[in-house]
Ligand binder design. Structure first.
Ligand code: CO
Length: 134
């Protein structure tokens, strides 16, 4: 296992990326995730990444987070080899999940979110990368 990425909520990816680029990081991949109503930009950091999250609508999950908490750390993503098995084990423990099913990201990676109430106050994303892309 490793930390796949840290999700950071920002008002503007265009503005926020300048800070990371000044540190020597660069955007490797950008995409809009329609069903989450968010634009994302991935910046590799060693074997992990920073994921910038900019809402496309104010009433989206990240839009609500920004309104309530402002910009900042939104979630931590752990990479696993078998996302379905991880979900089953957490369900068996009674963990509270954000959605009941594993979702598929645009790049084909599979993921789900664990509610902070079951993860020590951290919104946790469990992600299984597309084979060969980890
Ligand atoms: Co994420």
């Amino acid at each position: 296992m490793k930390i796949d990425h840290l999700g950071v909520a920002v008002k503007s990816i265009g503005e926020a990326r300048k800070f990371y680029e000044a540190l020597g990081l660069s955007v490797e991949h950008e995409e809009t995730v329609e069903h989450e109503r968010v634009k994302t930009a991935m910046l590799p950091v060693g074997e992990s990444r920073v994921e910038l999250l900019e809402p496309t609508e104010e009433d989206s999950p990240v839009g609500k987070f920004l309104a309530k908490r402002g910009e900042g750390l939104h979630h931590v993503a752990l990479q696993v080899e078998d996302v379905e098995a991880a979900m089953e084990r957490l369900k068996a423990q009674g963990a509270r999940l954000i959605a009941d099913r594993v979702q598929v990201g645009a790049g084909g990676h599979r993921y789900f979110f664990v509610h902070p109430a079951s993860a020590g106050g951290v919104l946790l994303e469990i992600v299984q990368p597309v084979r060969g892309e980890e």
